[in-house]
Write a protein that binds this ligand. Structure first.
Ligand SMILES: *[C@@H]1O[C@H](CO)[C@@H](O)[C@H](O)[C@H]1NC(C)=O
Ligand SMILES: *[C@@H]1O[C@H](CO)[C@@H](O)[C@H](O)[C@H]1NC(C)=O
Ligand SMILES: *[C@@H]1O[C@H](CO)[C@@H](O)[C@H](O)[C@H]1NC(C)=O
Ligand SMILES: *[C@@H]1O[C@H](CO)[C@@H](O)[C@H](O)[C@H]1NC(C)=O
Ligand SMILES: *[C@@H]1O[C@H](CO)[C@@H](O)[C@H](O)[C@H]1NC(C)=O
Ligand SMILES: *[C@@H]1O[C@H](CO)[C@@H](O)[C@H](O)[C@H]1NC(C)=O
Ligand SMILES: *[C@@H]1O[C@H](CO)[C@@H](O)[C@H](O)[C@H]1NC(C)=O
Ligand SMILES: *[C@@H]1O[C@H](CO)[C@@H](O)[C@H](O)[C@H]1NC(C)=O
Ligand SMILES: *[C@@H]1O[C@H](CO)[C@@H](O)[C@H](O)[C@H]1NC(C)=O
Ligand SMILES: *[C@@H]1O[C@H](CO)[C@@H](O)[C@H](O)[C@H]1NC(C)=O
Ligand SMILES: *[C@@H]1O[C@H](CO)[C@@H](O)[C@H](O)[C@H]1NC(C)=O
Ligand SMILES: *[C@@H]1O[C@H](CO)[C@@H](O)[C@H](O)[C@H]1NC(C)=O
Length: 647
């Protein structure tokens, strides 16, 4: 290097900050240079856990780490939510000052998809301007402890990604600072500005598949009344016998309810806990529930007018929530609840909504719920009957979206059949999962055996004889051991019924193999190339829906809107009989020129029962004799002749 270049470099470096001169790599964003929301994830410690394993990738280690979120912006960050892309099969055991935002309670497995965390109890992060730079109020510091697998020292199990999830922020990919820290500085998205109202005290309400409002209608010292309202917004979303649960964060307990009930009435946790000392005069025999995580269920319809337990609009329907398109008045469920609080929360203005919300139904889609977010107080029509609204004391909104957990088995399945093929292509083996302890009496991998038409009316266990004989008759191989059952509570047979020049038809049969009765059931079939030609369902009420008009939505018409459960046969030796609903659907070909009904277009590409997506067979019946085109008069004649000759 020429001497004058060297002096220049020396000269330059003496002007540069010391740290920069030592690590000439690009400087990570520091909290000082960040004018937005600054996120830092730091791994602090970890050690090898027992058992000590030979497979390094399966070895468990504990870890401790910290996530800090600092608001350096000029706008308050309301209800912060941050994503941490855990990637080493982590099991999160504790997280201070935060809750896992999809409703899970800890410990939770987060190492596959990462975790979204939401602030608790400190939900909002104030600005330096508001607080004269009080870092306590500007920062959320989450301390994690958990278990990870396979990352041994000196390697450090860092997440793949950290970002702020709040609407209207963009975060660059985090950068590594040293070996143990990830940083990123998130900025408000200028494109989003229009929608963010900086001066508003509350976040806007959000959309989702199911929204739950937690409206505090009355608040007193030490207790309050909350109205919980669940509203379905997804055209295929649905709940039956819903069960709602959450965690009380401050020792609250439910004294009384109207319109719903805890699944366990039990005040023992209070009597043996601090609540008994606080509420000495209380008659504990009338307290409904003291569980930290109560589960609430809807009341049956006969309580709708009960002055003690019911009389709440939208209550008391056995926990049924339907799509709006089916019945708007049944797309909402609501109940009222009297909650007693514990010190130090006794002040009338202190209300801490419960966290970790979860809602489940029977044979329904899976919902994942976010944390309660403070929104502007809801308005209800005045109980006085005056044409004015009364505003509630405070409102929170929980948004739940339908999710499809990886590897989750469907709960219903479809079989295919056709007029030109005697064999039914049955539901897949283990379509709805197989019990882990099958005792190896059946094969979980062998493809399901084709069925003769009469076999589909029988419970799986009683089909064996028929399906084996059918396979022999058709010279098909018989797996040994025989394939396992589909294990589905509900199965549907889609039968291609006719196919002629101007149109075609299909017959849909729904079988219920469980004892649950499905009131107001619905099914939906996605038919990309055929739905446009849909004309009519004869015993169902069928309509074409969906953003692209490719889904046929069907519900029972009045009187046929109950799908009964499986019942005993008439004689004790008869097999059990499934609950059944059936209709023929007719289609015209005028609106779908070129449709290839038999080849594929006449079978659904997706099928839903009560919002739950069903398993479909991977093959369709084929017509080995007449592969080309629809049935013509000549082919019918030939078929008839062949039949005559066979007989
Ligand atoms: C980081 O996470 C955010 C939010 O989940 C996501 O939008 C982004 O694509 C992720 N980045 C990478 C590189 O995975
Ligand atoms: C970072 O890790 C490398 C090897 O993994 C190690 O040599 C180095 O000392 C570590 N640096 C710090 C600051 O821990
Ligand atoms: C409740 O009262 C309403 C109106 O009076 C009536 O229409 C409804 O049938 C009653 N429901 C029950 C379960 O008694
Ligand atoms: C409500 O549920 C009970 C059992 O949980 C059932 O016996 C009853 O028939 C249901 N009522 C309606 C209207 O679905
Ligand atoms: C069919 O369903 C639609 C939408 O739910 C409804 O408006 C219509 O009245 C129903 N028709 C019959 C015959 O039940
Ligand atoms: C309750 O809280 C409010 C606001 O935080 C405060 O003004 C009030 O004095 C408190 N009341 C009692 C009884 O502590
Ligand atoms: C639910 O979906 C909506 C959009 O459909 C989205 O804005 C919202 O963030 C989602 N909520 C959760 C908790 O995933
Ligand atoms: C009352 O609130 C409802 C929404 O809950 C709104 O549609 C209606 O316009 C309000 N009425 C008045 C008088 O403000
Ligand atoms: C049907 O299967 C069940 C369960 O394996 C069995 O108990 C019953 O006897 C069978 N019934 C007939 C008629 O085969
Ligand atoms: C779906 O059908 C409705 C009613 O027939 C129509 O208004 C709408 O434009 C259609 N949408 C598409 C994407 O074809
Ligand atoms: C159905 O049959 C089983 C035994 O086969 C019997 O225990 C049960 O009571 C029967 N149920 C009804 C409703 O008859
Ligand atoms: C019926 O359909 C199945 C499934 O596609 C096929 O394997 C079989 O050969 C067909 N049988 C006849 C007689 O076409």
């Amino acid at each position: 290097m020429a001497p004058n270049t060297l002096t220049l470099l020396l000269l330059l470096s003496s002007f540069l900050p010391f740290s920069f001169a030592q690590t000439p790599a690009a400087p990570p964003p520091s909290s000082d240079t960040c004018n937005g929301i600054y996120l830092t994830y730091t791994y602090t410690s970890g050690k090898k856990l027992h058992p000590i394993l030979k497979t390094a990738s399966k070895q468990p280690f504990s870890f401790k780490s910290t996530l800090t979120i600092l608001n350096n912006d000029e706008v308050e960050l309301k209800s912060w939510r941050a994503y941490v892309g855990f990637q080493h099969n982590e099991i999160l055991v504790s997280a201070s000052n935060a809750v896992v935002s999809d409703g899970d309670t800890l410990p939770a497995v987060v190492g596959k998809d990462g975790a979204i965390l939401a602030g608790y109890p400190q939900v909002d992060l104030k600005t330096g301007i508001q607080t004269a730079g009080d870092s306590e109020q500007m920062t959320a510091k989450v301390e994690f402890s958990g278990t990870q697998f396979g990352v041994a020292s000196p390697s450090v199990p860092l997440p793949s990604n950290i970002t702020l999830v709040n609407d209207g922020y963009v975060c660059p990919l985090p950068t590594k600072a040293g070996n143990v820290t990830l940083n990123t500085c998130c900025a408000r998205d200028p494109k989003f500005k229009a929608k963010m109202t900086i001066t508003d005290d509350f976040l806007p309400r959000k959309n989702g598949d199911l929204t739950i409002m937690y409206d505090v209608t009355k608040s007193y010292t030490g207790s309050y009344w909350a109205q919980v309202t669940m509203a379905n917004h997804n055209p295929l979303g649905r709940l039956d016998y819903w069960k709602l649960s959450w965690n009380w964060m401050q020792g609250e307990f439910i004294v009384d309810m109207k319109g719903a009930y805890p699944d366990v009435v039990d005040a023992n946790d209070c009597i043996s806990g601090p609540q008994a000392a606080q509420y000495t005069g209380l008659d504990w025999s009338t307290v409904l529930n003291c569980q930290r995580r109560p589960t609430l269920v809807d009341l049956p319809p006969q309580y709708a007018n009960d002055t003690l337990l019911g009389k709440i609009p939208y209550c008391c329907r056995n926990g049924t929530i339907l799509p709006q398109g089916m019945d708007e008045s049944k797309s909402v469920s609501a109940f009222l609840m009297h909650v007693n609080k514990m010190p130090p929360q006794m002040n009338q203005s202190l209300i801490d909504p419960p966290q970790n919300w979860q809602i489940k139904g029977i044979l329904n889609p899976n919902y994942k719920c976010g944390p309660p977010v403070r929104v502007s107080p809801s308005e209800f029509p005045s109980p006085t009957g005056l044409p004015i609204n009364t505003t509630v004391f405070a409102s929170w909104q929980v948004v739940c979206n339908i999710t499809k957990p990886k590897n989750a088995a469907p709960k219903c399945c479809v079989s295919f059949s056709s007029y030109f093929n005697d064999s039914i292509v049955p539901c897949k083996t283990c379509a709805c999962g197989c019990p882990t302890s099958t005792g190896k009496t059946c094969s979980t991998t062998a493809p399901a055996m084709f069925l003769p038409p009469e076999a589909q009316l029988l419970p799986f266990d009683n089909r064996t004889k028929l399906s084996v004989a059918w396979a022999r008759l058709n010279h098909r191989s018989i797996p040994n051991p025989l394939p396992c059952s589909d294990n589905c509570g509900v199965s549907i047979n889609w039968h291609l019924f006719t196919d002629f020049n101007k149109g075609w038809s299909a017959r849909v049969t729904i079988f219920n193999w469980e004892e649950t009765v499905f009131a107001d059931w619905f099914v939906a079939a996605e038919m990309k190339n055929a739905a446009a030609g849909f004309q009519k369902a004869y015993s169902f009420n069928g309509t074409v829906m969906g953003e692209t008009n490719t889904t046929i939505f069907m519900q029972g018409i009045e009187g046929l809107n109950y799908l009964m459960g499986e019942t005993n046969g008439t004689r004790p030796i008869d097999p059990r009989v499934p609950g059944k609903q059936q209709s023929v659907l007719s289609f015209t070909k005028k609106l779908t020129p070129g449709i290839r009904v038999a080849e594929r277009d006449g079978f659904p590409t997706k099928f839903y029962f009560n919002g739950e997506e069903c398993s479909l067979p991977s093959i369709i019946p084929i017509n080995s004799a007449y592969k080309k085109g629809p049935l013509t008069i000549i082919s019918v004649l030939i078929a008839a002749l062949v039949l005559v000759f066979i007989q």
